[in-house]
Design a protein around this ligand. Structure first.
Ligand code: SAM
Length: 283
C-alpha cells in the first residue's frame, strides 16, 4: 500500500523539480565558506531560519545524526553538515538528489550527505537511527493522512533522547488568512480573481489542510509525549510594506525582538509561522 496519494505527490515532484533545476551550487558553496556570517544574518532575519535555529539548535548539531525531510534546495542540509552533523536528506524531487550529489563531489561539507530519493514512507529504516529529524516548510505539503504516517515513522526512527523540529506556516486566524489570500503575490492571483485563482490552485503543490498551531499540537501528541509549538512572525509579516530593501531586513530583525514582548496568546493568534518540536516518542 502506498500511503501517499499520487496526485499531491506528483504535483510536488513536478513543481519542485522545475524550481530546483536552477539552484546554484556556487551559492551554497559561498554560504558554506562564510558559514558564521551567513548564519549570523539568516538566523536573525529570515523567518524559517530564525524559527529553525532558535533555542540553541546550532549547538545541538556537531556529531549528531540528522535527517532532513523535504530538503528542497539542500541549503539547510549543507549548512548542518558544514556545522559537523552527519546528514541524511530526503525529498520527492529528484533534482534535490542532483544538488546533494554535486555538494558531495565537490566535497563542500565535512562529511558527505546521504540522499534518500522519493517516498520516505516506503523505506525500511532501523529504530533509534537519528538524533534529530528536521523539516523546513515540509509538513504543510502533506495531507493529514501522510502527516500521520510520517509522524509514526519518525517516532520509530528517532533515538530516545532525540528531537523533531519542523518550521511550518501558521494559520491561527481565519480572518487574517482570508485577507492574505485576497492580496495577490508574484505568481499567485488574488482569491477574488475567481477563474485565475482556480487555475492557479489546480497546479499548487499544497493540499487543503489544517495548519493551525492546535492541529500540530494535537497530531504531535498522538505519537510523542512532549510537544511544543512556538509562534513567530506576527509583526514581521508586515515586512511586505518595505519590499527588497535594507530597511526590510532591519525591520525583520527588530520585529522578532518586539514580538517577544507581547503575551503568548497574541503571538500565537496572529503568527505567520511556527516552530513545532516533538520529543519522547510514545512507541
Ligand atoms: C516549500 S519546499 C521547502 C524546501 C526546503 N526545505 C526549504 O526550506 O527551502 C517543500 C519541499 O518538500 C518536498 N516534498 C513535498 N512532499 C514530499 C514528500 N511526500 N516526501 C518528500 N518530500 C516532499 C518538496 O519536493 C519540496 O522540496
Amino acid at each position: 500500500m502506498n500511503p501517499i496519494p499520487p496526485n499531491i505527490t506528483q504535483k510536488n515532484q513536478d513543481h519542485y523539480n522545475k524550481r530546483y533545476a536552477t539552484v546554484s551550487i556556487a551559492g551554497i558553496e559561498k554560504k558554506l565558506k562564510n558559514l558564521e556570517a551567513f548564519l549570523a544574518d539568516a538566523t536573525t532575519t529570515d523567518t524559517s531560519w530564525v524559527a529553525m535555529f532558535r533555542n540553541g539548535f546550532k549547538d545541538q548539531l556537531h556529531g549528531k545524526k540528522v535527517l532532513e525531510l523535504g530538503c528542497g534546495d539542500c541549503t539547510l542540509s549543507a549548512v548542518m553538515a558544514g556545522l559537523g552533523a552527519v546528514v541524511t536528506a530526503n525529498d520527492i524531487a529528484e533534482k534535490s538528489g542532483e544538488i546533494i550529489a554535486k555538494i558531495n563531489t565537490e566535497k563542500l561539507t565535512k562529511t558527505p550527505i546521504t540522499f534518500i530519493q522519493g517516498d520516505f514512507l516506503n523505506r525500511q529504516l532501523p529504530a533509534n537511527s537519528f538524533d534529530l529529524v528536521v523539516g523546513k516548510a515540509f509538513v504543510h505539503h502533506l495531507t493529514h493522512e501522510q502527516e500521520a504516517a510520517f509522524y509514526q515513522k519518525i517516532a520509530h526512527i528517532l533515538k530516545p533522547g532525540g528531537e523533531v523540529r519542523f518550521v511550518e506556516p501558521a494559520v491561527n486566524s481565519k480572518v487574517l488568512d482570508a485577507l492574505r489570500w485576497m492580496v495577490p503575490v508574484p505568481g499567485r492571483p488574488s482569491s477574488l480573481q475567481t477563474d485565475k485563482f482556480k487555475t492557479w490552485k489546480e497546479k499548487d503543490p499544497h493540499p487543503d489542510r489544517d495548519n493551525s498551531s492546535a492541529h500540530y499540537q494535537k497530531m504531535g501528541l498522538r505519537y510523542f509525549q512532549e510537544v511544543k509549538v512556538i509562534p513567530i512572525g506576527f509583526i514581521e509579516r508586515f515586512n511586505r510594506l518595505f519590499p527588497k530593501s535594507k530597511t526590510n531586513r532591519a525591520f525583520r530583525k527588530k520585529a522578532y525582538q518586539w514580538e517577544a514582548k507581547f503575551p503568548s496568546w497574541v503571538q500565537r493568534s496572529f503568527a505567520r509561522a511556527q516552530t513545532v518540536i516533538f520529543r519522547k516518542p510514545k512507541e
